[in-house]
Design a protein around this ligand. Structure first.
Ligand SMILES: [Zn+2]
Length: 271
């Protein structure tokens, strides 16, 4: 059986047979790989610890029929600080869930994306910057990797340059911000077409989200920041709220692109 070595982050798994697990991993060498970890559900087995989600391993894989087979695994990183903090853990599981869902599209840039993912997990583990702010920066960069970078500088309808006085909606289908004038125009058209007031409101809300100038500024800042300086624990409550609102806009946009809700963040709202 031919074998090869990869460096990979565990991003998901499911049970196989009595004691095995199939791991979904994002590898630097080949992008998404699914491989069987034999005996990973046997308590105390050596591979069980390596098979946990978010662990980074160096693996020797054998080519199998349906899935690859893990023949050796050496643990490289486990992110213990992340695992101690439920809030940060939820965001990191979200990174893994996004990678699992969209990872096939990242095969061509697997080495750079692998580094980006590991760096993003380390940043959460470091704990000096607010977890939600880090997640916002991650999510915007992630969209850039996928080629779904949202349009934040110009209105997606009229292409006019946006200013803080001209912000109205984030429109999910168009992937960016619609200015105040185009939003008013759209609403007028819908009324003219005979939409009832209730229908008009509900259908528009599903496709878009109202955003304030402050939320827009947080989006611009996060999109331009490789290291998110300035978004930390010392920010005013208004900034913290706007950052969280910006994160939710981008989360919803990603879910719109994915066609489903991400489970990892359901907990965050309840914390
Ligand atoms: Zn416009």
């Amino acid at each position: 059986m031919p074998t090869y070595t990869v460096h990979a982050v565990n991003v998901g798994s499911f049970a196989l047979g009595e004691t095995d697990k199939v791991l979904t991993m994002f590898s630097a060498e080949r992008g998404i790989i699914r491989a069987v970890a034999k005996g990973a559900r046997k308590p105390g087995s050596k591979i069980a610890g390596r098979a946990d989600v978010l662990n980074v391993n160096k693996l020797l894989l054998a080519t199998g029929k349906t899935f690859e087979i893990i023949t050796q695994a050496e643990n490289l990183e486990t992110f213990p600080n992340v695992r101690k903090d439920l809030n940060r853990l939820s965001y990191c599981l979200y990174y893994a869930e996004l990678t699992n869902h969209f990872g096939l599209g990242l095969a061509d840039e697997s080495a750079s994306y692998f580094d980006f993912l590991c760096d993003s997990l380390r940043a959460q583990g470091k704990g000096d910057i607010d977890a939600g702010s880090l997640c916002l920066v991650f999510a915007l960069k992630f969209l850039e990797w996928l080629g779904y970078q949202p349009e934040l500088d110009c209105c997606v309808v009229c292409r006019d340059v946006l200013t803080e006085y001209r912000i109205a909606m984030f429109h999910y289908e168009s992937g960016g911000i619609v200015c105040e004038r185009c939003t008013a125009e759209e609403q007028r058209t819908k009324v003219a077409e005979g939409y009832s007031k209730v229908r008009q409101t509900s259908s528009f809300v599903k496709e878009s989200m109202h955003i304030t100038p402050l939320v827009w500024k947080r989006l611009i800042l996060a999109a331009s920041d490789t290291v998110p300086t300035g978004i930390n624990g010392n920010d005013s409550p208004a900034i913290v709220r706007a950052t969280e609102a910006a994160r939710r806009v981008i989360q919803t946009y990603i879910e719109y692109r994915a066609g489903k809700n991400m489970k990892s963040l359901e907990l965050i709202g309840k914390l």
